[in-house]
Design a binder for this molecule. Structure first.
Ligand SMILES: Cc1cc2nc3c(=O)[nH]c(=O)nc-3n(C[C@H](O)[C@H](O)[C@H](O)COP(=O)(O)OP(=O)(O)OC[C@H]3O[C@@H](n4cnc5c(N)ncnc54)[C@H](O)[C@@H]3O)c2cc1C
Length: 463
């Protein structure tokens, strides 16, 4: 499917002046360039999609946008889940896919300086040559680091390493007035006024255009072991989490999948884990744990401690998986979203709650599902209290009410509407109702200060 051009000739000519013909698209804009992976967020046809290659072009684009009164929608790989890069009316999509150079890998400081369009897969392939990793691992490795920064992406390894916010040490941001803001740098600490790097992380393209990022890197471990453990109840499984963390074993991955999610994901990936039928039929959920290290003896000891905790927490069984099966099940878990999408899930949420309230939370979600006649299946980063629920409810009014109830339940327990996917446009109605009024007011004031003409991603994030 293609769309018709709607940029006026003068706008198109000026865009071509700034970016060159090969980096401006005003005709045949494929819909894939105008939205992300969210299941319900709407999107419009933009005036154009541009593919900048340097900072000067971004400054010129901002000048033109203000003069001709169109807005700018930054875009990484479009793998987001909240409609945060979805094009709006009278906008130009700024795709960062051509600003994708790894500018420096600093082996002494363990830092990288990159352009925002560098993808996770691209960066980690380069780092592997130096036995390093960028440890933030959201489930979609085609995502750009600029997109990760703008959503504060998390992923499976957050339980050990933290999220994007813990790994971005500095940025270049092109602001609404054309200034280039340089924040942070190749240092781990600073006590030098407001931390502006942190302000831009999670800003969902609403405050400026990121043009360069400084990243903290980690050492790649040589050994790993993957453990899968079925539990009879979600309560027992979630109660095992603080006990595992208290041992000091430090899993790199600590995920849960309920029985519907594990069945669907392993089936879709063609994996047979050989779990006996008697266990399968009584397991309500599974814990997926990855331990990593450089010392195989130490890893053996950690595995033994983990086994004791799982056993005494009521695990039905404990499987230490061979490397290929371990990788396969982690990959299958990462693809859970595609499976839910193929099964026509009506919406997805990624609510985050305090880890200790997970059992209570999931129990109450089960009741909401039952009372509303919805199917709600889940998996998630249980080590961080971050739950990914696929909601199957085809009646749009009921769906909205169920979503509101599940999200409200999370915020009532001291959690937040989104743990890592962001607000975008999709979660905006819930965010507007459930977020603290003072925080919303300050967010609006920050937006008005940094983007007084509402140039960047209007209608996203800020109610
Ligand atoms: C199968 C699957 C699994 C996933 N698993 C996870 C997961 O485990 N954890 C997780 O956190 N996320 C996950 N995601 C969501 C997604 O990968 C992340 O939100 C990711 O950070 C989006 O990156 P992107 O490059 O695709 O950004 P996009 O979706 O293109 O954009 C996201 C936001 O970034 C802004 N943006 C992009 N580039 C810039 C820039 N240079 N300057 C300013 N703003 C910019 C956009 O305007 C938008 O607001 C998953 C997605 C899929 C499809």
């Amino acid at each position: 499917m293609t769309t018709t051009p709607i940029a006026s000739n003068s706008i198109r000519d000026e865009l071509i002046n700034i970016f060159g013909t090969e980096n401006v698209l005003t005709q045949d804009i494929t819909p894939e360039l105008t939205h992300d992976e969210s299941l319900t967020a709407s999107h419009e046809t933009p005036l154009a999609v541009v593919f900048p290659t340097d900072e000067e072009q971004l400054v010129n684009l901002i000048r033109l946008a203000k003069e001709k009164r169109f807005s700018l929608v930054p875009r990484g790989s479009g793998s987001g889940m909240s409609g945060a890069c979805n094009a709006i009316d009278q906008s130009v999509v700024v795709s960062f896919s051509k600003m994708n150079k790894i500018l420096e890998i600093d082996l002494e400081n363990h830092m990288a300086i990159i352009e925002p369009g560098v993808t996770l897969i691209q960066l980690n392939e380069e780092l592997a040559k130096h036995s390093l990793i960028y440890p933030v691992q959201p489930g979609e490795s085609s995502a750009t680091i600029g997109g990760n920064a703008a959503t504060n992406a998390g992923g499976m390894k957050a339980v050990r390493y933290g999220v994007t916010r813990n790994h971005i040490l500095g940025m270049h941001v092109i602001l609404e007035n054309g200034d280039k803001l340089v924040t942070g740098g190749k240092f781990l600490k600073s006590s030098t006024g407001y931390d502006l790097t942190q302000l831009f992380i999670g800003s969902e393209g609403t405050l400026g255009l990121f043009s360069q990022l400084t990243l903290k890197l980690s050492i790649k471990f040589k050994e790993s072991v993957t453990v899968l453990s079925p539990f009879k109840t979600l309560k027992e499984l979630t109660e095992a989490i603080p006990r595992i963390i208290n041992t000091g074993v430090m899993p790199s991955i600590l995920e849960y999948l309920d029985f519907l999610a594990i069945d669907a994901t392993t089936r879709s990936a063609g994996i047979d884990l050989g779990i006996p039928e008697t266990i399968k039929s009584s397991a309500q959920a599974y814990l997926l744990i990855v331990l990593e290290g450089n010392d195989s003896n130490r890893l053996e000891q950690d595995l033994a401690s983990l086994g004791e905790i799982l056993d005494s927490s009521g695990a039905l069984d404990i499987y230490s998986l061979p490397p290929t099966a371990g990788t396969a099940i982690v990959d299958a878990r990462e693809k859970a979203f595609w499976v839910a999408k193929a099964m026509h899930a009506n919406d997805i949420i990624d609510v985050v709650v305090p880890r200790s309230t997970m059992a209570n939370y999931l129990d109450k979600v089960g009741r909401i599902a039952q009372e509303s006649g919805s199917l709600i299946a889940g998996c998630g980063h249980v080590g961080d209290g971050n739950v990914h629920l696929s909601v199957f409810q085809s009646d749009p009014n009921k769906l909205h009410e169920v979503m509101y109830q599940i999200l409200k339940l999370g915020t009532d327990l001291g959690g937040a509407v989104s743990g890592e996917h962001g607000i975008g446009t999709e979660k905006l109605p819930y965010f507007a109702k459930l977020e603290n009024e003072v925080k919303l007011r300050i967010q609006r004031q920050i937006k008005a200060t940094l983007d007084p003409t509402n140039l960047f991603n209007p209608g996203h994030l800020i109610p």
